[in-house]
Write a protein that binds this ligand. Structure first.
Ligand code: BGC
Length: 332
């Protein structure tokens, strides 16, 4: 009896210990970041009012962020015919930005952003999408491991889960030929919705990170957003009532549950933010609640975005919007 008892204890420890080690291993080396949005994913950098300045990276690092996500519209800088060559000068510009971020000790995530044509006609664009990844992965193969690659921002419309599950596998296989262990970030369809995580099918690969975006309640975060039609009316507040909080924590819990069922794959909240047409007090409350709730659940996050319409930094006065910055990175 006694022997059986001890044996079962030993077995439990043996079972639990490796699981604990695996779970610890899976913890991401990043936690708080910011998107450098509206720059390299505009058709031409500057067209949407943002040109990334070298000094931004030191500011970001000194403020307490550990990573930046840099959306990139490669599709506007690659041939439309095979072999879909990416412009050399564009690569040089992305290299420069990535190098500046790395030099300042930040992790960097680059993606394929705003490949709109792919969302409308996925089958026609699949080959180009894969060839673009082949070029990017060869180009960055010798970069430090602090550079991460994210397959595609917000797959949506006709790029449904069935097609996306196929394409992502092929894209990962292409990247793995030259980057055997680099972190690859991948998210579900419907604009990286938590509700679509359950349809995401991933290949076995210990270096995948799963991303989702969070903008709920949408009528609050996107009030007055010119690019949304119809645009939610301005004036909705986020007061932080129990019910409002429950909605957010419930949706974040869904992501955590999904991760638990999928081998504890690490989660990355790659975008969240509230547009500047909402009142500042509500934005601060919402931003702080989402950031703290993600942290409580061990989810790394990256705020949308640095210095445009959701911005935490005013590029004209060259000052932080302190209430928003503090909502993200509270003073100790
Ligand atoms: C889009 C941006 C947009 C943001 C919030 C991003 O994924 O690329 O253009 O401002 O989501 O809607």
């Amino acid at each position: 009896m006694n022997r059986l008892f001890y044996l079962s204890i030993v077995l439990c420890v043996l079972l639990i210990f490796p699981l604990g080690v695996i779970a610890m291993d899976k913890k991401l080396p990043i936690s708080r970041g910011v998107n450098l949005g509206n720059a390299l994913e505009a058709p031409i950098e500057g067209q949407w009012g943002v040109i990334i300045k070298d000094e931004y990276f030191k500011l970001i690092k000194d403020a307490g962020f550990d990573h930046v996500r840099i959306p990139v519209r490669w599709s506007a800088h690659a041939d439309t015919k095979p072999p879909y060559t990416i412009e050399k000068s564009f690569f040089e510009r992305v290299d420069h930005v990535v190098n500046e971020a790395l030099k300042n000790g930040l992790y960097v995530i680059i993606n394929i952003h705003h490949y709109e044509e792919m969302m409308e006609k996925p089958e026609r664009h699949k080959d180009r999408f894969l060839k673009i990844w082949e070029q990017i992965s060869v180009h960055y193969k010798d970069y430090p491991e602090r550079l991460w690659l994210e397959l595609l921002n917000e797959p949506c419309h006709y790029l449904d889960s069935k097609l996306w599950n196929q394409y992502l596998k092929e894209a990962i296989a292409i990247i793995r030929k030259t980057n055997p262990a680099r972190k690859i970030v991948v998210g579900p369809t419907d604009w990286n919705s938590v509700y679509k995580l359950k349809e995401l099918e991933l290949p076995k690969d210990p270096n995948l990170v799963v991303t989702f975006h969070y903008y709920n309640p949408f009528r609050f975060t996107h009030q007055g957003a010119e690019w949304v039609s119809p645009s939610p009316p301005v004036g909705t507040k986020w007061l932080g009532t129990e019910l409002e909080k429950l909605l957010i924590s419930g949706e974040l819990d869904m992501a955590v549950e999904w991760s638990k069922k999928n081998n504890n794959i690490p989660l990355f909240l790659g975008e969240f933010g509230a547009y500047n047409k909402a009142d500042m007090d509500s934005r601060v409350r919402w931003t702080s609640y989402v950031a703290r709730s993600a942290e409580k659940r061990g989810i790394a996050w990256c705020y949308w975005e640095f210095c445009a319409g959701f911005g935490i930094y005013d590029p004209v006065s060259e000052e932080w919007r302190t209430p928003l910055l503090k909502a993200l990175i509270p003073e100790k």
